[in-house]
Structures are given as C-alpha cells and as structure tokens.
Write a protein that binds this ligand. Structure first.
Ligand code: MG
Length: 389
C-alpha cells in the first residue's frame, strides 16, 4: 500500500466580508487530494482535506517542500504497525524533515492539509466516517451524540446596517441555531455596542452571544470594551488582543470576569504551552480555539489536548475555530466542547451538508466514509476539478 499521487488546488473563498482586521475577498484555501494504490469500488482510495479558512492557500509550500518529501519517502515508512492503514504521525514527521523548530507560520496549515487527508484515507479504508476512526484512535467509544454548534457570522459588510445584522441573526435563529457569534472591534465602541444590542434582540440572552475582536485591541481598548460588555454576561470575549501577547491576555483575565476565548492563531503545542504558562487562562471557564487544520493536523492537535488536560483544562473548553465539516468530525470524534458553523459564509468550505444538522443547535456527521467532503454540494465541483487535473 502506498501513496501514488498528491495534488492541490487553490480555491477562492466567496464573499466580500471583513472582520476587524481582515477582508476575505482575496482569501483562498488549499484543497488537497492524496491518492493511494488501493482500489475500492473501482476507484483508487483518495484522501481529501483542506487547510481551513483564514491563512490562504499554501500551494508553494506544498509543492516545493512537503509533497515531494512524502512522495520520495519509503512507502513502508508511512504505514502504521498493522500495515493496513497509513500513520498520520509518520506522514507529519516525513513532511517536516529538514524543517527548523519554531516559527510555526503558514507551513503549519500546509502540513495540516496533508495530514488530515491521511485521516480521510484511513477512514475510507475502513469504510467508516472519520469521527469513528478518530474516536477509536484515542480509545474512546463510538460517539453517538450530536455536538453543540453555534452560528458564527455578524461580519462587517460594505454598506452595513443594524437592520442587516438583525436580519442575518434572525436567519440563523430561523435555521435552528440558538447560539451566535458576531464580530466587534471594526467600529467605534458605541457602534459596536449597538451591534451587540441588535444581536441580543435575536439571541435573547448574553449567554447565547459571543463576540470576536480578531486580535485588534491593545490592552487599554481591551479593558475598556471589557468593562462596557461585562454587564451583558456574554458567552465569550474572543481573541481580544494580539494572539501572541500572552501578558495582555493575562492582564485582561484579571479584570474581565466572563469567559475569554483565544487560540485560533496558535499553530503548535509549544505555542499553547506558552499560552497556558503565561496568558492567565482559567480552567473550567475560558475557551480554546486551536484548529487542527491550522496547526499541523490531528497528530499535533492530540498532543496539544493532552498538554491542556495535564494542566487542568478540560476538552469541553475547546471550541475549534473553523466552521466546517472536517472540524465537525474532529469535535465529534474527540468529544470537544462544540463546533462553529459559518452558515452562508466562507463557501465553498463553510457549514455542513443539511443531513448533518441533527436538531436545534446540534449537529452530527453523516455516515459517509472519511470526512464526507464529497457530500458537500458547494465543494463537489472543486473536488472534481482537482481529481481531473
Ligand atoms: Mg475568531
């Protein structure tokens, strides 16, 4: 059993939306296909994955460094001990040959796309959904319960208005969502407070609404906003300052009594170790948003979770960034706190096929083999294009 081909395509994200710092109209994502020499149902077993939203496609890194290393490796070295599955950790280590430690930037998402495609292959080899493969890998019983989800939206749009925001939130509520998140920090405090009030008209209570600053604030602004929103009892106050400014986060945690969320821009276990050491994160309260697709894949993610647990933090505190199908499998398989969804935005990657929506505010992957990306109608044309290249 061996990998015979690896290819990638850069897929543009649809939409002209922005958070406090980033406009997504120029963003794209690497969709990768890792093809094996195993034939099932007349077709080679092919792993599909992508490197999530927000860090651009990584075609250059994939083609110049990581893909050649995997294709040139001894095929036997990429298999697990049984020889009947690929070893995601071995693929990760092979991709990272000759790479210096530290500086976990865009390469973390390039490697993640490849590593996650290996999980897709392993699940397809067993003809089971990826969440089942993931749960077995960590020794958990087969998950059966749908996971909590929340609708992430409330971006800043050209010509935006409070009415547009209210209509957007109402659309999510009508679709069955009960928890929501909106962006703040891209307008004045007064305007953002009006946006929060508008969202609360639909969310009803602060406990159903989180706000995300996307790393925009300095400490003084973080504290000022924190004081203003504290009485609202919001679900969480997300990525308030620079994601690497652990000192500022620790200071904020001293003053802001509600939950703080961060971690989506940390790309390795060692970064999270520093977050745990220096950022004042509180066990049982704060929220961690690291995402496998941005941080070398699931092998590294498991290391990160083990590190958190050994420091007294629970996996229920993890709500990964990235409202897409791969994360729904990961959250389900690992028993994490919940999953984000981007209904209507970040297509063709955002959201889940309708069949995954279990009931109000919860979702469960279908029984499609692997991550089931082939079932997502918006992705299908891109997958077809990638496989026909
Ligand atoms: Mg965020």
């Amino acid at each position: 059993m061996r990998i015979v081909d690896i290819r990638d395509i850069s897929v543009p994200l649809k939409g002209d939306i922005a958070n406090a710092l980033v406009n997504f109209s120029e963003h794209n994502v690497s969709l990768v296909a890792v093809t094996t020499d195993v034939v099932r149902h007349g077709r080679p077993v092919t792993g599909l994955a992508f490197n999530s939203i927000g860090r651009f496609a990584q075609a250059g890194l994939l083609r110049e460094r990581f893909v050649p290393r995997i294709l040139q490796a001894d095929p036997q070295s990429l298999l697990d001990a049984s020889g009947r599955a690929f070893d995601p950790a071995a693929v990760h280590a092979t991709a990272m040959r000759n790479e210096k430690p530290g500086g976990h930037g865009d390469r973390a998402s390039a490697v993640a796309a490849l590593e996650l495609a290996i999980w897709d292959i392993n699940a397809k080899l067993r003809e089971e959904p990826a969440y089942a493969t993931i749960a077995r890998h960590i020794g958990h019983p087969l998950p059966t319960a749908p996971v909590p989800i929340y609708a992430a939206g409330g971006y800043y749009y050209p010509g935006d208005s409070l009415q547009r925001l209210r209509d957007e939130m109402r659309g999510y509520r009508d679709a069955g969502f009960r928890d929501f998140k909106i962006k703040i920090g891209g307008a004045s405090l007064e305007e953002d407070l009006r946006r929060i009030e508008a969202a609360l008209d639909i969310a009803d209570e602060g406990t159903h609404l989180a706000v995300d600053v996307n790393g925009r604030f300095d400490l003084a602004t973080a504290l000022l906003y924190g004081q203003a929103i504290a009485p609202l009892g919001l679900r969480w106050y997300e990525e308030v300052g620079d994601p690497l400014d652990y000192g500022a986060n620790a200071e904020l945690a001293k003053h802001y009594a509600g939950a703080i969320a961060t971690g989506e821009n940390l790309f390795s276990s060692i970064d999270v170790q520093n977050l745990l050491r220096f950022a004042g994160m509180r066990p049982g309260k704060d929220v961690f948003q690291m995402e496998a697709g941005l941080s070398y894949g699931l092998t590294e993610y498991l290391k990160t979770i083990a590190l958190m647990e050994s420091n007294g933090f629970g996996r229920s505190q993890i709500h990964p960034h990235g409202g897409h199908l791969i994360n729904l499998h990961i959250v389900t398989g690992l028993g994490l706190g919940g999953c984000e969804v981007y209904p209507g935005v970040f297509q063709p990657f955002g959201g889940y096929p309708v069949a995954c929506m279990a009931d109000e505010a919860r979702a469960f992957p279908t029984q499609a083999p692997g991550f089931g990306l082939e079932e997502k109608p918006e992705l299908a044309p891109w997958i077809n294009q990638l496989l026909a290249l």
